[in-house]
Write a protein that binds this ligand. Structure first.
Ligand code: ACO
Length: 329
């Protein structure tokens, strides 16, 4: 079988226009701009409000990625939306996006892997092209966590923002594109980051609403320890599979959850900070949107050039983690 090289031929992203600053949060919960900045690196985040659902952000990011790739919606064979905040439990957000962008020839499904949703989706989408099954795959990562955030819980509400990013995958020149992936999961840590109610385990009831169980619950300290354990390891695993080392990297695009976690991973990989993309100060943690948005911004700001070896890495609810390495097309 021919070895088909698969790469990202277009990217796009969408951030809702409403900005919520740390100063705004000071008026809502017992916190301070100083605490949020020093503990997480976040200065402000984007929030959707009542009129914007995940599919609206995902569809706009997708349109921008298709423009960038210079392809039409009809050319898309498959849409994968990495999200844990779908518009509805069903239909899938991917099907809603398919309708919104007019991708009439595309199959569509959602993929739930928390903040690793984009990494997982990228890996899955790549396989569909590698096998020759599909030619063009639209991979979207997006979340609308503000709708599932307890705005009275200072331990979580300061950390998250909304947004979506998209990438068009296609066959590319041999030696270029997505060269390697490493994905992982540890379901024993599922309770560390969980939306307790609203599923089949604990359906919505007056009691679940009263107990605020439809909002994100997180053990921040344990998630932090997990993140610093897996971030650099995941990148090294992905590099090892193709005989590369951290020093071969030209650029790292990490999940934007906490600047301290990002800096820790960069230190362990011995990557200088100027080679690490950071936009957490503007958008906070946009979950599955994070790496997709960061990659789009890095590309549009001219930070990634053809031939660069770029790594992506994320971690999230599940627990899950994922890393990928590409030679930029
Ligand atoms: N403002 C002021 N004080 C606060 C706030 C706040 N917003 N939040 C917590 N505190 C207090 C705590 O109550 C605690 O006080 P205490 O010592 O009196 O009990 C103190 O600050 C220190 O709290 P820690 O949790 O020890 O602070 P830490 O330095 O660990 O930082 C943080 C907390 C930012 C949450 C960090 O643990 C973290 O980033 N964890 C990872 C979170 C993460 O990445 N989650 C996303 C995963 S991806 C996904 O799938 C969505």
């Amino acid at each position: 079988m021919k070895n088909i090289a698969v790469g990202i031929i277009g990217t796009g992203s969408y951030l809702p226009p409403t900005i919520l600053t740390n100063r705004d949060l000071e008026k809502m919960v017992d916190t301070s701009d100083e605490w949020i900045r020093t503990r997480s690196g976040i200065m402000e985040r984007r929030i959707t409000g009542p009129d914007i659902a995940t599919s609206d952000m995902a569809a706009e990011a997708a349109r921008r990625a298709m423009d960038d790739a210079k392809i039409t919606p009809e050319e898309i064979d498959l849409i994968i939306v990495g999200t844990v905040t779908p518009d509805n439990a069903y239909p899938s957000t991917a099907c809603t996006v398919q309708r919104k962008i007019g991708a009439v020839n595309a199959a569509a499904f959602d993929l739930a892997a928390g903040c690793s949703g984009y990494m997982y989706s990228l890996a899955v989408g790549t396989q569909f092209i590698k096998t020759g099954f599909y030619k063009k795959v639209l991979v979207i990562g997006g979340d609308n966590l503000s709708k599932f955030t307890d705005w009275t819980d200072r331990a979580t509400c300061v950390l998250f923002g909304d947004g979506a990013g998209a990438a068009v995958l296609s066959e590319v020149e041999e030696g270029y594109g997505l060269l390697s992936f490493h994905l992982g999961a540890d379901g024993s840590g599922g309770d560390l980051l969980i939306l307790p109610a609203g599923g089949s385990r604990m359906p919505a009831s007056e009691e679940t609403v009263r107990q605020r169980l439809h909002y994100t619950r997180m053990n921040g300290h344990e998630v932090y320890k997990f993140a610093v354990r897996v971030m650099d390891k995941a990148v090294k695993e992905a590099l090892e599979k193709i005989g590369m080392k951290p020093e071969d990297l030209d650029y790292l695009v990490p999940h934007q959850a906490n600047i301290r976690i990002i800096n820790h991973a960069a230190r362990r990989l011995k990557i200088p900070t100027e080679k690490v993309f950071v936009n957490i100060h503007k958008y906070a943690n946009t979950s599955a949107g994070s790496i997709a948005i960061a990659l789009d911004e890095a590309k549009r700001q001219g930070m990634i050039k053809r031939g660069d070896i770029v790594a992506f890495v994320g971690f999230g609810a599940g627990l899950t983690w994922g890393a990928g390495v590409c030679r930029w097309v």
